[in-house]
Ligand binder design. Structure first.
Ligand SMILES: *[C@@H]1O[C@H](CO)[C@@H](O)[C@H](O)[C@H]1NC(C)=O
Ligand SMILES: *[C@@H]1O[C@H](CO)[C@@H](O)[C@H](O)[C@H]1NC(C)=O
Ligand SMILES: *[C@@H]1O[C@H](CO)[C@@H](O)[C@H](O)[C@H]1NC(C)=O
Ligand SMILES: *[C@@H]1O[C@H](CO)[C@@H](O)[C@H](O)[C@H]1NC(C)=O
Length: 488
């Protein structure tokens, strides 16, 4: 290719219905750049496609479950609404003349294009590598095209000469803002990605950022490049090392050791280990994945406990179905502990790991549900923790990440974790200094423990039924974001 020519796209341009405001930096003396990220409905391919990618992709449920932010690219600036992804490392946009964005049939299959980019419309656009960009995601969508460089603004920060992908062919209907390690860029050679440029161009002191997704029902969260907001988490921020790729030795993903996962029932003063050490699970903290994927040996006892129905196989709904009443079970949470018995613990409440977003599909009759559900059909929710169909490392996505305040420290190969202060209104921003690592700072005081509910519900009874702890072995880390899966 590809001398891009300005050309009117035939397809309808669909804008996300949520205001995606870039916040002004609040701390002028500090090199900290906040950006607002908004949960937005994903314009998916419509209900007929629901089951198809369901194994990996909750993104097909056309509800608010992915995090987007707006960046401006080129001269004059063009808006690109991008999916924020800690699990990949390239920023890429959809070309206005891409196959997907010019075909009604393709968009019916893959979803309506969210923003497109006009290469010819930017005077600062420079081609870096024709045909050199090719990326494939675990959900088997992907994109290919060119690498280019151009000016990019994100929040109040402007970066010059950032290398980015432009998709000529795509099965992904929005662009991505990959903010992972540069070792995972989709190019043949590692290039400085957006995080590298932030430091290279003096915008932040160190390659680190904090992510606060906020609770399931909240519309927006925040990423703080170069800083930590001590009003957004409870207690201490604890640091754990990221695990290098076993094959290459490189730190290429935010992989950490999940050393125990426990279903805790405070009122019964009892808990059930879903997985335990000494065999940690290697998990990737991946904001680009809406759900969490853990081995079936871990998910099975959880589903039994919740009285949930695994409808992921065959031609079913592709979901783990559960009575929505379980969302309000305040007497149950999952405790994720990382890096051993003194490592950080993040509690995920039932209201956070059970999602109430199937109702519109049920009302439309577009979701095939099993007959004879043991609860009212209209009251069907889904569990945000799914059985992994892939090799480890496993993927821990938004259904976990919302409950955590996470500092991604790429310079020191470390992750800072604390319990997220959901719904926090205040803000107190602290810059992360060069060489400092995850700051040893405390957040707000933890809330007082909840009053013990007077009566135990069905879920809790099952917690006590003695689901045996199931140890889980971890095989060598697999390269998740393999290339060439698309067969182009
Ligand atoms: C890729 O997209 C271009 C531009 O829309 C189109 O001409 C071409 O046929 C597509 N290639 C494939 C393999 O789909
Ligand atoms: C990639 O990141 C590493 C670690 O931060 C850094 O040392 C290296 O210079 C970066 N590579 C490029 C091409 O920027
Ligand atoms: C998690 O839940 C446990 C048990 O209910 C509680 O003791 C602990 O303080 C909670 N941890 C955090 C970080 O809130
Ligand atoms: C906790 O549950 C286990 C089985 O899951 C049971 O053996 C034990 O007696 C229970 N302990 C308490 C204090 O209820």
């Amino acid at each position: 290719m590809h001398s891009p020519t300005p050309h009117q796209r035939r397809s309808t341009k669909m804008r996300l219905g949520v205001g995606l405001l870039a916040l002004a930096a609040t701390a002028t003396a500090q090199r900290v750049v906040p950006i607002s990220i908004a949960k937005a409905p994903l314009p998916g391919p419509g209900p007929h496609g629901l089951g198809r990618r369901a194994a990996y992709s909750s993104t097909l449920i056309n509800q608010k479950n992915a995090y987007f932010t707006e960046v401006k690219i080129g001269t004059p600036p063009q808006t690109a609404t991008l999916h924020v992804d800690t699990g990949s490392s390239d920023l890429w946009v959809l070309w206005e003349n891409s196959d997907l964005c010019n075909s009604v049939a393709l968009q019916e299959e893959w979803g309506t294009c969210v923003d497109t980019f006009s290469a010819a419309g930017s005077s600062t656009y420079e081609t870096v590598g024709a045909d050199a960009f090719q990326i494939a995601y675990v959900d088997e969508t992907g994109a290919r095209g060119d690498y280019f460089s151009d000016v990019v603004s994100i929040g109040d920060m402007t970066l010059k000469g950032l290398q980015m992908g432009i998709a000529v062919n795509s099965t992904c209907n929005w662009g991505m803002l990959g903010i992972g390690y540069n070792a995972s860029v989709a190019a043949a050679e590692i290039y400085p990605n957006i995080i590298d440029l932030m430091v290279d161009q003096g915008k932040i002191a160190t390659k680190a950022y904090s992510m606060y997704l906020n609770e399931y029902t909240a519309e927006t969260g925040t990423i703080l490049f170069g800083g930590v907001d001590t009003e957004k988490f409870y207690g201490e921020l604890k640091s754990v090392p990221t695990i290098a790729n076993k094959k290459t030795g490189a730190h290429d993903h935010f992989t950490v050791a999940l050393t125990s996962l426990t279903a805790v029932s405070p009122s019964a003063q009892n808990s059930t280990a879903l997985s335990t050490s000494p065999t940690p699970l290697e998990v990737i903290l991946d904001s680009g994945t809406s759900m969490t994927y853990l081995p079936p040996s871990v998910t099975r006892p959880l589903y039994r406990m919740l009285n949930a129905i695994d409808d992921t196989s065959g031609s079913g709904s592709g979901q783990i179905l559960v009575d929505c009443a379980q969302r309000t079970n305040t007497d149950l949470h999952l405790a994720f502990q990382f890096n051993g018995p003194s490592g950080p613990v993040v509690n995920v409440s039932a209201a956070e790991f059970i999602l109430d977003d199937l109702r519109p599909y049920i009302a439309q009759g577009s979701l095939a549900l099993p007959r004879n559900l043991p609860w009212k059909k209209d009251n069907t929710c889904r569990v945000g923790v799914l059985p992994a169909e892939h090799e480890p490392p496993y993927l821990v996505g938004d259904t976990f990440l919302r409950s955590a305040y996470v500092v991604y420290d790429l310079d020191n190969h470390a992750i800072g974790l604390a319990q997220s202060a959901l719904g926090a209104a205040g803000s107190k921003i602290v810059e992360i200094k060069k060489g400092q690592g995850v700051p040893k700072v405390s957040g707000v005081a933890p809330p007082p423990p909840r009053a013990t509910p007077a009566k135990q519900n069905a879920g809790v009874g099952r917690v006590r039924e003695g689901l045996g702890a199931e140890a889980v072995g971890v095989a060598a880390a697999a390269a998740l974001l393999g290339m060439g899966l698309l067969g182009w």
